[in-house]
Write a protein that binds this ligand. Structure first.
Ligand code: F6P
Length: 547
């Protein structure tokens, strides 16, 4: 059981419930309960969250609702939508919801209406994307752009990478490429296949100081200048940032600089101008559908009662598994190949938001906080790590994502197999196979009694392993918008239950500072003296290897 000492009666009670639920298991809850799916699922139109294959009873769920109220979840949600400065350590509002709002939503950041600014940038992005897509905005030497390379990292990369793959069937603009890693191999491998004369670079960085992005941007600049001359740089670059002065200093014209604001966190920024590559790929109308999907989820999160509110339910179940059932990780398994980059996107969204050990009160938290999030698409995962999910010593709650209708009607047999596999996995995790069933199967297959006795324990599955399923009609821009907003709000909900600020990321700073200090050492311009023995040893070994 999680250590909840000192956290309060509600958490202690929920931890006891979590332990009792573990003893009771999940299978028992389905016995004599043909309505369990109806009672433990919720939907927003065609988007359904099934959380029936968890150990939650109706009483456990009520206790979670009471805990959410005690944490002031609804008040804090309302404060976020109202533009209060809920990112207390940075003194900022948290208003990514305004990026997909309509004028009537009246979003204000700390009392200042932001709807016009948002619309102005969207209009500028639309003009630019249309120009690139139609060929009206042309390369320096004429013709049209065939390839667009987005240079960014973290929130300035993961969202556009994930979304352009997810929406591949709607991609009718130029080819998209993404460079994020400072490892020169990344940009080298991307530009090797490109013609500089028809390539546009987007430099995407909220701060416009991130060393990886600035290093890659400088290399890209040389790629264009060496091939086409310095004068061509202006035509082949554009930028997205909150720091437009730094964009200008880089030499990018203000007409090609798309801004956003400090009330948009990096990992919540794909709805802003950071989404420019998505808009160039699928066109402004589809991009607006993507925003509309997210807004539909915002409206739902704002107004649906707790027992039918998808982000709240997803967050409560997430908290239950993490704290009341002490599961340190969760797997996100899309049975949708085009969501292959969703787990990576979710790692930043969730782990950079909720990987904290200090609460809003400045004290060390009393319960575990955000879990390790990981995953790969099914069915591939089945042939890699599902062994551990089914029979490993740790219980890992799984979140399946599944579309009913694919974009390939001519390959319906593939889709049916995909769906059957997804349902089979959640069924197997929950039901398992008893020792006796394993023994009987072996005997039925003609094994001797001795052999059956010896092998059966290896073929037993404990079952009672929880999973959730998020089901949708088809992965179109509107649905992708709903899914991403669902997960954003889920992370918010869990943060309120943990009592932490989901919107800062001080934990990434130390490594950045140390890297800056180590660079001259690695270059041989400064001594490693005074550093720890391991670092000194590695620096010396690297220098020997370099010769
Ligand atoms: O890794 C830390 C981080 O600050 C992320 O939060 C952010 O998304 C990423 O770096 C990139 O930052 P920027 O967009 O400012 O280049």
């Amino acid at each position: 059981m999680a250590d909840t000492h000192g956290y309060g009666a509600a958490v202690r009670t929920l931890a006891e419930r979590g332990e009792a639920a573990r003893q009771r298991g999940i299978k028992a809850l389905f016995e004599g309960a043909p309505q369990r799916f109806d009672a433990f699922s919720a939907a927003l139109d065609d988007l359904t969250l099934d959380y029936s294959k968890t150990a939650l009873s109706a009483d456990d769920r009520e206790a979670l609702f009471a805990f959410a109220r005690e944490c002031g979840l609804e008040e804090r949600r309302d404060a976020m939508f109202a533009g209060a400065r809920i990112n207390a350590t940075e003194g900022r509002s948290v208003l990514h919801v305004a990026l997909r709002g309509r004028p009537e939503d009246n979003y204000e950041a700390a009392g200042v209406y932001v709807g016009d600014d948002v619309e102005d940038v969207l209009a500028a992005m639309t003009r630019f994307s249309d120009g690139i897509r139609s060929g009206e905005i042309a390369p320096a030497r004429g013709g049209r752009f065939t390839d667009v390379v987005n240079i960014g990292i973290g929130g300035s990369d993961l969202g556009p990478v994930m979304a352009t793959l997810a929406l591949a069937p709607y991609h009718d603009g130029p080819r998209l490429h993404f460079v994020s890693n400072v490892d020169g191999a990344h940009i080298a491998d991307i530009v090797r296949g490109l013609d500089p004369a028809t390539t546009l670079f987007i430099i995407a960085s909220k701060t416009f100081t991130t060393i990886e992005t600035m290093t890659n941007a400088a290399t890209a600049r040389r790629f264009i200048a060496d091939a086409l001359g310095e004068g061509a740089v202006g035509a082949h670059f554009c930028a997205v940032s909150t720091a437009l002065d730094k964009v200008a200093a880089f030499g990018i014209d203000e007409a090609r600089a798309f801004g956003f604001w400090d009330w948009v966190g990096g990992r919540y920024s794909l709805w802003s101008a950071i989404g420019l590559p998505i808009m160039i790929a699928i066109g402004p109308d589809r991009f607006r559908e993507f925003l509309a999907g997210a807004r539909a989820m915002d409206q739902h999160f704002k107004s649906a009662p707790m027992d039918g509110n998808l982000p709240i339910l997803l967050g409560l179940v997430g908290w239950w598994h993490r704290v009341a059932q002490d599961c340190p990780s969760r797997a996100v398994i899309p049975y949708d190949q085009r969501l292959a980059r969703l787990p990576a996107y979710m790692q930043q969204l969730d782990m950079e938001s909720n990987g904290k050990h200090v609460g809003l009160d400045g004290e060390r938290v009393k319960t575990p906080t955000g879990p390790v999030v990981w995953g790969e698409p099914g069915t591939n995962g089945q042939h890699a790590f599902f062994q551990l999910l089914h029979q490993g010593t740790d219980v890992v709650p799984v979140e399946f994502l599944l579309g009913a209708i694919s974009h390939e009607p001519e390959l319906q047999d593939h889709q049916d197999l995909l769906i059957a596999n997804c349902l089979a996995q959640s069924e197997a995790l929950m039901k398992g196979r008893t020792l006796e069933e394993a023994r009987q199967q072996l005997l039925a297959a003609g094994r001797s009694a001795d052999e059956a006795e010896r092998i059966a324990p290896h073929r037993e599955f404990s079952g009672n392993r929880p999973s959730l399923t998020i089901l949708y009609r088809t992965l179109d821009p509107f649905t992708l918008g709903r899914i991403i907003a669902l997960y954003e709000h889920r992370v918010f909900v869990e943060a309120q239950l943990f009592g932490i600020n989901a919107f800062d990321q001080w934990g990434v700073e130390l490594g950045k500072e140390l890297a800056t200090g180590l660079l001259p050492v690695v270059r041989g311009e400064a001594s490693a003296e005074g550093r720890d023995a391991s670092t000194v040893g590695l620096v010396n070994a690297i220098s020997t290897l370099k010769g």
